[in-house]
Design a binder for this molecule. Structure first.
Ligand code: WTA
Length: 651
């Protein structure tokens, strides 16, 4: 990339929180933020030591941070705790057992509610089922499920017995699931017969069966009955959850986990190579998730909180399961699509359940805009008091629509920047303090030493676009990449030699007021609907098709999904106009990775533009894919004749 990123967005609108919101917020003065922020950087031991003590530890920690083996951090050494006990037991012990924890709604309209006490019982039972199947502390368990309460239970049950969960989003293909099960060396998989999506059953168990044909290390497939669809059965390996649950009790004491014991693996795409198993450990992650949820969502006892993400992504881990539950909130959970049965489903849910805090993604907001204002206007959303956005830069137009239509021009919007790797929100407005601006992620959260650096590691001045860097370790930071310590160091901590600084892979700028504006990825990662996909993985998927010689994949801007995948493919046996060829290639990518990776467009070509040294000229392809004028120097191109073909051929 070029050294500096051009910044074309000029946004001057500002929306301070209302007096009313401010007066009731957990944090409501800028001076207080500044004081706390300064302490969190200058004396992290004192700051985090104090915050951590708000959580119940089984054994107190001896030391807040050990960074002597950087970039391998150890937080809250000597301490023992259990994440499920923090999410459940403490609330029951503190007299909040009858408080509603989950208010769930299935896509067909069925409902289930769980109080904290009920959830604790269910999780205890679930944990005992896992134990009865021989799952032990330290074992990895893959979870591949729809958004039903058992998904949250499965996650917390693993945490309870000290097993490491590896949740794989239900939209991934059998092949992608198998890769992740292999890489994490999982011994069990938790799934369901199916899940509802736009009135159809997604056959999840069937996908797992396909995956498990190549995963011999998996001794147990635990199956929740959700849709009643027909499933194949392996008597030795497969277990119905409802049958196994009858054989066990609900009492399961939480394992005392060391602070640095692994809590979960979550796979994410990088710019090269296979997906990375991002490692998160227990103590630091819980402290980070707890505090960020509390202050950024300004959580209060009577809130009805709803995060529309899937638990299969980091947003669901940190802001459906661990963060909100550590704070003892009441939350809504929904299984299905936002337009099932109609485009007003989300607003209908908000109205019926009296949602007060709502957290969603820009891609969803853009879909709502497209579907039309009338679906929102039909509903009484006056209970809403705070809105959030995550996953990709939110364009000012969508931000304004969100504020006006959903937020009634009264709710602050927290545009939260973070990553699977950071574990929790890193840059965000604090809703009772910050005057928000459309498209602005605003201020670093406590303990986050964010800076904009150039390629040499120099800090850039106001309004200069550069690379977003985090200059200090933070509690919920990733602890590594599963099985690949070198890749962890190389990918995240080696961008600026001689400096132990975290490279996020995003471009950003800081305005003269010190606020951060995120500009998007600078590496070969495409952000489709807020989901990170590596160009490299999609290329590998294409090339694994016998009919493909070579492929190059780039992102182009897309109104709805933020970015869309465009693939340039050299087919075996020459270019054809046959739509079936393109369909087959597209299906092949879906088979290898999942529906989320289906290319928006595939262009067949006889050659790819390359430099004389043989590198594919991706920037050029990006321009071609998005129909931009090529202003680049084409003198280094080895095969200029290829350009016309690339521009002309459309799938
Ligand atoms: C992007 C999701 C702009 C960014 C929590 C980051 C954002 C990647 C924002 C991480 C935001 C996330 N504004 N960009 N508010 N939030 N991103 O790992 O490029 O799925 O690096 O974590 O999403 O995606 P991931």
């Amino acid at each position: 990339m070029s050294e500096q990123i051009d910044n074309v967005l000029h946004e001057n609108r500002a929306f301070p929180p209302s007096k009313d919101f401010q007066s009731q917020a957990r944090l409501n003065s800028f001076e207080q933020y500044q004081r706390m922020y300064a302490e969190s950087l200058q004396d992290p031991e004192a700051f985090w030591g104090r915050v951590a003590q708000e959580l119940p530890w089984i054994r107190p920690f001896d030391q807040v941070l050990d960074w002597s083996d950087a970039p391998f951090a150890s937080w809250f050494q000597g301490g023992q705790l259990n994440a499920s006990a923090i999410c459940l037991d403490q609330h029951v012990a503190n007299g909040r057992g009858d408080k509603l924890a989950i208010r769930w709604e299935g896509e067909p309209g069925d409902r289930r509610d769980f109080t904290y006490r009920e959830l604790l019982e269910e999780v205890g039972r679930f944990a005992n089922v896992l134990k009865a199947r021989g799952v032990q502390r330290g074992d990895r368990v893959a979870i591949y499920m729809p958004m039903i309460p058992e998904l949250t239970m499965a996650v917390l049950a693993c945490a309870r017995i000290g097993a490491v969960h590896s949740v794989v989003f239900g939209g991934f293909s059998a092949q992608a699931l198998a890769d992740r099960i292999h890489d994490g060396d999982c011994c069990a998989v938790i799934t369901s017969d199916g899940g509802w999506r736009r009135g159809k059953v997604l056959p999840l168990k069937q996908e797992v069966d396909t995956a498990l044909a190549t995963c011999k290390g998996v001794h147990t497939q635990l199956v929740i009955r959700r849709c009643g669809n027909e499933v194949a059965w392996d008597e030795k390996r497969d277990v119905w959850y409802h049958e196994a649950a009858e054989q066990v009790g609900s009492d399961c004491p939480p394992e005392a986990m060391e602070s640095e014991d692994l809590l979960f693996l979550l796979y994410t795409s990088g710019s090269t190579g296979k997906p990375k198993g991002i490692m998160h450990s227990t103590g630091g992650y819980m402290v980070g998730a707890y505090l960020s949820a509390r202050y950024i969502f300004d959580l209060r006892e009577d809130d009805v909180y709803w995060c529309t993400a899937d638990v299969g992504w980091i947003t669901g881990h940190s802001y459906i399961v661990y963060g909100p539950m550590a704070n003892g909130v009441t939350q809504v959970m929904y299984e299905g699509a936002p337009n099932a049965p109609a485009e007003n489903r989300f607003w209908d849910i908000c109205e019926r359940h009296g949602v007060t805090v709502f957290y969603t993604a820009p891609t969803a907001i853009r879909a709502f805009m497209k579907w039309g204002d009338q679906h929102v206007k039909r509903h009484d959303l006056s209970k809403l008091r705070l809105l959030g956005s995550v996953g990709e830069p939110i364009n000012p137009e969508a931000w304004m629509w969100y504020r006006k239509l959903v937020g009634g021009d009264r709710c602050p919007i927290v545009d939260t920047w973070w990553q699977t790797e950071t574990g929790g929100i890193m840059i965000s407005p604090l809703p009772g303090i910050t005057a928000t601006h459309p498209g602005c992620a605003s201020l670093p959260f406590f303990g986050v030493d964010a800076a904009i650096l150039d390629l040499q590691g120099n800090e850039l001045g106001p309004d200069q676009g550069g690379l977003l860097a985090l200059q200090k370790p933070w509690p919920s930071m990733l602890r590594g990449i599963w099985g690949d310590a070198k890749r962890y160091r190389d990918t995240y901590w080696s961008k600026w030699p001689g400096k132990m600084v975290y490279f996020a892979g995003d471009g950003a700028r800081r305005d003269p007021d010190g606020l951060f504006w995120i500009l998007g990825r600078v590496d070969d990662v495409i952000n489709v609907s807020g989901h990170r996909l590596s160009t490299m993985e999609v290329e590998s998927a294409l090339v694994s098709h016998p009919g493909v010689v070579e492929a190059a994949v780039v992102g182009r801007p897309d109104e709805l999904t933020g970015e869309a995948i465009v693939a340039f493919v050299i087919p075996q046996g020459g270019v054809t106009d046959d739509p079936l060829v393109i369909q087959a290639l597209s299906d092949h990518v879906v088979h290898e990775i999942g529906k989320l990776a289906r290319p928006a467009e595939i262009r067949l070509t006889e050659a790819l533009p390359k430099t004389r040294s043989g590198k594919i000229m991706r920037r050029l392809l990006r321009d071609i894919a998005s129909g931009r004028e090529q202003v680049q120097d084409l003198s280094t191109i080895e095969n200029p004749a290829v350009l016309d073909q690339l521009r002309g051929k459309k799938a």
